[in-house]
Design a protein around this ligand. Structure first.
Ligand code: ZN
Ligand code: ZN
Length: 164
């Protein structure tokens, strides 16, 4: 499991915050200013003097923080939504005895097909694509054409990869 980037950023901010009492007074002074006016503080010579790299990191963090980038989100759902686009997929079970159709919400780049069908418990849930051929326009599970590209099983027209 990946550590969520926002969590990483939060623990990083926490580490930096805990380290602040150890830093020279000027840095603390700078942090205080940065909270009030991050843009002006970024131009402050202290940042590029004793502060050096730490100052620059603080500027970036605080501007991001104040800009809402690292605002702690409601646990779970909201945090997920920030980093990854969610998309709705139509799914069709290709088990002839079942034929169940349903929708799932997954990351937009989800590519772990087929998925398990909730009705017949087989791993026969395939993503449905809308056929781009205007005379067909059906929701289909694409099949592989002679040239290896995905085609519509109904009209045999190619189905492009990105059709959302
Ligand atoms: Zn099924
Ligand atoms: Zn078609």
């Amino acid at each position: 499991m990946d550590i969520h980037p926002a969590d990483k950023a939060r623990s990083f901010v926490r580490r930096i915050s805990e380290g602040i009492p150890l830093l020279p007074y000027r840095i603390r002074e700078f942090v205080r200013k940065a909270k009030e006016n991050p843009v002006e503080a970024a131009k402050h010579p202290a940042v590029w003097g004793t502060g050096g790299v730490i100052g620059a990191i603080l500027v970036a963090l605080f501007i991001g923080w104040l800009g809402g980038l690292f605002v702690p989100s409601v646990e779970g759902e909201a945090g997920e939504g920030v980093s990854s686009e969610q998309a709705l997929f139509r799914v069709q079970c290709i088990n002839r005895d079942c034929g169940h159709g349903w929708n799932i919400t997954e990351k937009a780049d989800y590519d772990n097909w087929p998925i398990r069908c909730p009705q017949c418990r087989q791993k026969t849930g395939h993503r449905l694509y809308r056929c781009p051929n205007p005379e067909c326009n059906k929701w289909v599970v694409p099949t592989e054409g002679p040239d290896g590209h995905r085609i519509c099983p109904a009209c045999k027209q190619p189905i492009p990869a990105a059709d959302d």
